[in-house]
Design a protein around this ligand. Structure first.
Ligand SMILES: Cc1cc2nc3c(=O)[nH]c(=O)nc-3n(C[C@H](O)[C@H](O)[C@H](O)COP(=O)(O)OP(=O)(O)OC[C@H]3O[C@@H](n4cnc5c(N)ncnc54)[C@H](O)[C@@H]3O)c2cc1C
Length: 476
């Protein structure tokens, strides 16, 4: 056996988090080993963000054709070639893949080992046959689709995010178990690409978001023809005919069943902790992931955990944020702590749904009810009118000193608009800061400024005053 590798840093997992940790130390000439057992780029590139957003983009084009007549443009009926949608998705993955490739990281000086990693004791990791004794380890093994123990589910070829984007034919009737962000994004995209879609959710669809704003999104998705069953608990799955599936459910009102052609399981994610030898390494963990402090260190001081496996919010930008905090500690020896209150998220339905900071409920709890809520509707925005994207709302939550505590947006471009508010929340800005900036006209970002200004001019909340303000802005 070869003598063990003794790098300064060993990273397990070459996805969003792991790759972001690897690059900076390598640039400083630090000895870095990265172990990846599957595809470089992890879930986000191969089975998550990138393919899902590419599919959503295809659905948007089909929908734009259907909507075109209201703009005076007639293009006939949209014809979807699902095989070509598949090709589009995979060509997008291929276009991005070189950035995350083994070749690129090796060229940077990272020692990439393509193998499965497993700790054998508190200081030693095996990557295939290679023994590694690193000064520091960073576990970035991500998460996988949670497949619940529903009777009969294992008797059908159910889909997960790992198989969904391999399909070259549209499902006739896709049944999605789970009405979270992934379930709802995929429901709308498949509907727009020609499938019948039923979502079955045991509680509330988009239940982690502000209910007032989630309702706007769900109303639109329903209007496009997706059936969303809330409060429906799946009790069993069985085959129907040669290729179909039957999903049995129970509700407070009784029992029933939905028949479809395919079933997608999207009920949540499980941290990838299995087979990592975490017990041998003395790393505390449970089903939600590795237990870490705010500095992302595990119970074994030598080992950090980041991204989905660290048991917090599961987003690519969180994995990237974690990577930065860990690099700061390991490379520069500067203490760093995670602040979950500044993390934004977005769901890429149409309209989009985005949030940063405290929700109305959290803010009311933390500030003893001494908060103000400011709303501004998309319908009051000129650009939204020109684009016929008038469904939506921004909601700002501020404290007594007008400090911005949280922002939620449902509406066109919400995922882009939340950026400015993430900056505001991160820097504890106040509405006064927002009042003083000039957004270009006509942009949807003006909606946020209008909401902020309304704090100082409560009169503008009255419709006739809003009409005068708009008149003066245009002609005054
Ligand atoms: C359908 C879908 C859509 C999504 N859309 C978005 C979105 O729009 N925006 C967003 O921010 N997030 C989105 N996400 C979430 C995002 O994909 C994850 O949060 C992100 O990939 C987490 O990064 P990570 O580095 O923690 O894990 P990953 O990127 O999954 O990387 C983990 C890597 O570790 C490897 N690995 C695991 N175990 C071992 C082992 N024992 N040895 C060696 N290697 C190992 C895996 O093969 C994998 O490559 C989406 C997820 C899904 C499923």
């Amino acid at each position: 056996m070869n003598s063990p590798l003794t790098p300064d840093i060993c990273i397990i997992g070459g996805g969003s988090g792991g790759l972001s940790v690897a690059a900076p130390p390598a640039a400083f000439g630090v000895d870095v080993v990265l172990v990846e057992k599957g595809k470089m780029g992890g879930d986000c590139l191969n089975y998550g963000c990138v393919p899902s957003k590419a599919m959503i983009a295809a659905g948007k084009h089909a929908h734009a054709i259907a909507e075109a007549p209201s703009f005076g443009v007639t293009a006939g009926e949209a014809k979807v070639n699902f095989g070509k949608v598949h090709d589009h998705i995979h060509s997008v993955i291929s276009a991005i893949a070189p950035n995350d490739s083994v070749e690129r990281f090796r060229a940077m000086g990272v020692n990439v080992i393509e193998a499965e990693a497993r700790f054998v004791d508190k200081t030693t990791l095996m990557a295939g046959d290679t023994e590694i004794r690193a000064r520091r380890y960073v576990v970035a093994t991500g998460s996988s689709a949670f497949v619940p123990p529903i009777p009969g589910l294992d008797t059908v070829d159910y889909l997960t995010n790992e198989t969904l984007f391999e399909r070259t034919r549209a499902p006739k009737h896709l049944i999605i178990i789970g009405g979270g962000p992934i379930g709802m994004e995929m429901a709308q995209a498949h509907r727009r690409l020609g499938a019948d879609v039923t979502v079955i959710e045991a509680a509330k669809a988009l239940g982690k978001d502000d209910p007032e704003l989630a309702a706007i999104v769900l109303e639109n998705i329903r209007a496009e023809g997706v059936t969303i069953l809330e409060g429906f608990k799946v009790t069993s799955v069985s085959k129907r005919g040669k290729t179909g599936v039957r999903i049995a459910y129970e509700t407070e009102a009784g029992e029933g069943a939905v028949d479809g052609s395919d079933v997608l399981v999207a009920v949540g994610r499980l941290a990838n902790v299995e087979g990592l030898g975490l017990d041998a390494a003395g790393v505390e963990h449970d089903r939600r992931g590795i237990k870490v402090g705010a500095n992302l260190r595990s119970s074994n001081k030598r080992i950090y955990a980041i991204g989905d496996v660290a048991g917090g919010l599961q987003f690519t930008h969180v994995a990237g944020y974690h990577a930065g905090l860990v690099v700061q500690q390991i490379l520069f020896r500067v203490p760093a702590r995670e602040n979950r209150d500044i993390i934004p998220w977005a769901t890429y339905t149409d309209p989009e749904l985005a949030h940063v900071g405290l929700s109305e409920e959290e803010a009311a709890k933390r500030h003893g009810g001494r908060i103000s809520i400011l709303r501004w509707p998309y319908a009051e925005n000129d650009r939204a009118q020109t684009e016929r994207k008038t469904r939506g709302l921004i909601k700002l939550v501020v404290d007594r000193k007008a400090r911005i505590l949280g922002v939620s947006i449902a509406g066109a471009g919400a995922g882009e608009m939340i950026n400015m508010w993430a900056l505001a929340v991160t820097n504890a800005m106040t509405l006064k800061d927002v009042r003083g900036y000039v957004p270009p006209y006509p942009t949807m970002a003006e909606i946020g400024k209008r909401a902020a200004v309304s704090y100082y001019t409560p009169m503008t909340r009255k419709p006739y005053v809003r009409w005068i303000v708009r008149f003066l802005r245009r002609f005054g």
